[in-house]
Design a protein around this ligand. Structure first.
Ligand code: UDX
Length: 434
């Protein structure tokens, strides 16, 4: 890709910031990425990714070796850039559904205190509506040279590079032509390749992101709600979802019934949106969105109860094999992971739970040291009274009942992601539930 000659800074080198920084270098910009965590910066400078993301390690190395991507722990090193992207975390605030904005505020304040020449600070973090306006006020009190824009990210874990270099759309929340011009220059090659750009005000740009995630969450909870109706009526949800998906207006994606959504975005964004609606006095809207969360969390109980039924009514003293810890395949992320929640639930009810995941064992062990972990499916399944298949890794799709049969104690399996062929497992003498 052609060099565009801009200097870009990135504040916060978590998942989003690292992918964005490496992507910006790949687009030909000179990038300096900053984080207050010296350990993280040291490992990124040595081209080591502190998390798992397909292809990102290679892109990071390419950027660093080309000299276009540097890392620092000091805000002072960011001063000359044309655009500063704020990619810090906005986790759910402790004891509340609202987003914790302290890192966003710190980044805007620290930047504004140091910038003297014309530049744009671009928020990418997911924030409640009204944040960009507040950040613009913070900046305006310190300098009149610096503008604020909001450019939400839509990164899917496992697809971070594709989503950075070839996004479905770009959203620019801007208030001046200059800020829009800088953003168009930053993304010039992406736009030339045909990516649509939606230009809007701050609040719209902020809301696009949470609305997109709330919609995806709603679609998953919708099919999971219908799955309950199917169970109660003897209908089959998989062909039903297939039939719905052929309708162009509905589409087949995010209609996979099962254990429901988790991760660092969907749950947090739905909760932030209903907290925001409730604060605005929009109680009907808040109740509607809250139900998406309630149905989703209910899936975890349902899967636990299927396992309990197979065990004859109780987990106490049972040996459980949990396949999957990550919230979805192709990531080692276990934040709000439905898989880990179910494994922990079985443990709480008195089972001995052994978890296997192709890449997330280390992160799961840090999050739930009370569970046991195994580095292979067969080790995890040895002596199991029930197997719970909880994350839809392709590695698990190929599970062969004849391989598991000799190692388990009882042939019970709950397929929480509808990954396996029920007829094949039943024909091998397994009690199969999904
Ligand atoms: C999501 C959005 O897709 C992305 O645009 C946004 O920027 C960040 O949040 P991500 O958190 O990586 O990305 O996860 P995603 O691929 O969207 O999956 C979310 C969850 O939904 C996973 O737990 C997945 O297992 C679940 N899911 C997905 C289902 O339960 N059923 C489905 O049909 C699809």
């Amino acid at each position: 890709m052609a060099a565009s000659g801009l200097t870009v800074s990135v504040v916060g080198t978590g998942y989003l910031g690292t992918a964005h920084a490496a992507g910006m270098a790949q687009l030909g910009h000179d990038v300096v990425a900053m984080d207050v965590d010296a350990e993280k910066i040291a490992s990124l400078s040595a081209c080591e990714l502190p998390f798992f993301e397909p292809g990102l390690g290679a892109l990071l190395r390419k950027g660093v070796e080309s000299g276009r991507l540097r890392f620092t722990t000091s805000y002072d090193d960011l001063a000359g850039a044309d655009a500063h992207f704020v990619c810090v975390g906005t986790p759910q605030a402790p004891g509340s559904c609202a987003a914790d904005l302290r890192w966003v505020e710190a980044a805007f304040t620290e930047l504004a205190d140091r910038l003297s020449g014309p530049s744009v600070i671009v928020g990418k973090s997911t924030v409640p509506a009204g944040t960009a306006r507040r950040m613009a006020d913070i900046v305006a009190r310190r300098t009149d040279q610096v503008e604020v824009a909001w450019n939400p990210e839509f990164l899917r874990e496992g697809h971070a590079i594709e989503d950075t270099l070839r996004p479905d759309r770009l959203v620019f929340g801007v208030e001046t032509p200059r800020a829009e011009k800088v953003l168009r220059e930053v993304y010039r090659t992406v736009i030339e390749e045909g990516c649509p750009v939606v230009v809007a005000g701050y609040a719209t740009a902020e809301l696009v992101k949470v609305s997109a995630n709330a919609f995806l969450a709603m679609k998953i909870s919708f099919i999971n709600a219908i799955a309950q109706v199917c169970e109660a009526t003897g209908a089959a949800v998989l062909p039903l979802a297939e039939a719905l998906g052929y309708d162009d207006r509905i589409g087949p994606r995010f209609l996979g019934p099962g254990l429901g959504f988790g991760g660092g975005c969907l749950p947090k964004d739905v909760r932030a949106l209903y907290a925001c609606a409730s604060e605005l006095g929009l109680e009907d809207v808040a109740a509607f969105l809250r139900q998406v969360d309630v149905i989703n969390l209910g899936r975890r109980d349902r899967i636990l109860s299927l396992g309990r039924e197979l065990l004859g009514g109780s987990y106490a003293g049972a040996r459980v094999c949990a396949l999957g810890a990550a919230f979805k395949p192709n990531t080692d992320d276990v934040r709000d992971s439905p898989a880990l929640a179910v494994a922990a639930g079985a443990r709480r009810e008195g089972a001995r739970v052994v978890v296997h995941d192709p890449v997330a064992v280390d992160s799961a062990r840090r999050a739930r040291p009370d569970l046991e972990y195994a580095d292979s499916i067969l080790t995890a399944a040895r002596g199991a009274d029930v197997v719970l298949l909880l994350t839809d890794w392709t590695e698990f799709e190929d599970l062969d009942p004849s391989v598991l049969t000799p190692v388990v104690r009882h042939r019970n399996i709950v397929d929480a992601r509808n990954l396996l062929l029920p007829t094949r497992w039943r024909a091998s003498g397994w009690n199969y539930r999904s």
